[in-house]
Ligand binder design. Sequence first.
Ligand SMILES: [Zn+2]
Length: 386
Amino acid sequence: MLVTSRTMCFEASTPCSSAETDESRAKVIYSLAPAMGHNAEGHPECSSRVSAIVSALEKARLTPQFRGSEIVQLKNFRTATVDDIANVHSKSYVSALEKAMEWASVQGVMPIDVFGDTYATATTFNESLAAAGAGLSLVDYVVAASKITKNPPVGFALIRPPGHHAIPKGPMGFCFFGNVAIAARYAQQAHGLKRVFIIDFDVHHGNGTSDAFYDDPDIFFLSTHQDGSFPGTGKFDDLGHGNGKGATLNLPLPEGSGDLAMRSVFDQVIVPSAQRFKPDIILVSAGFDAHVLDPLANFQFGTGTYYMLAMSIKQLAKDLCGGRCVFFLEGGYNLESLSNSVVESFRAFIGEPSAAAEHDDPSFFHDEPSLKVKQAIERIKHLHSL
Ligand SMILES: [Zn+2]
């Protein structure tokens, strides 16, 4: 379904007297699906995550209330349908998860995957549909906006549960439905955007997204992740299969990789890969667990690293695909670094200077393993002929 500019004005929270004027002014559009019922005491993937981000955005005065039409909240987004989900996941999994809600409503919180680290509650199914839908509606909005301006807003789905570990046949790693993967298929089917470039900078490998498109030449999946971290997949040599060979790029980086590493990776790997692929839209699995303060991994990104990524990816989308770009929240488990990093991303989207220096205390950081990073970059450039 295409969304007209008239619909966009209706759906967005800001007043809209002239579609063209307001659309060209909007620099970021976000949707919120915080899944407040999907929560387990003491679990890192908890219901405070999206609320913490919203509070930080308000404190930084980066909401529509303070920024007028520059920052737009998409309030009336749709829920994903079973058919949307079934573009990526098996229908038997979708119906089994729905059925599991009966048990969850009796048990309260129940473990639901083979590793035992993913839980479900009575609301998980519906809230996962809402999260996926919040991403799909942003795709609609951004695509429609790109038809009336060269500078459409960047979309940011502030949603949970996250999605990039969910495999076609089941939940995994705190994830239920592959929000990014579902949006990629949707962009193709609903908008005719054939070539989708997915950047996954979560500290963990996006194994679910990778599985969904491993033999697909039209969806390029690029993941940077900490070598050896959960779930242990995403090796250099995993390049895709069949017609999809070459459309998967995995860059495992050594423990301790940080801002310097990611800047080099962006310039030497992400940019040339995207330029060669020539995408119609860029989707981003935006995980914030590579931050130095995150408890689940051992990378050293600062909030400034996320500012750089947001700004650079926005520019890449502008250069290559009419600015069509949507970010999806994945990991990030230290509430403070998570919310500060999303705030920095918003600053980058609206073109404000970074305030990362306020948060990135130099004492948090130590030397990066620059030689190992250089070797990893050289190896991936060789494998992909970059
Ligand atoms: Zn992660």
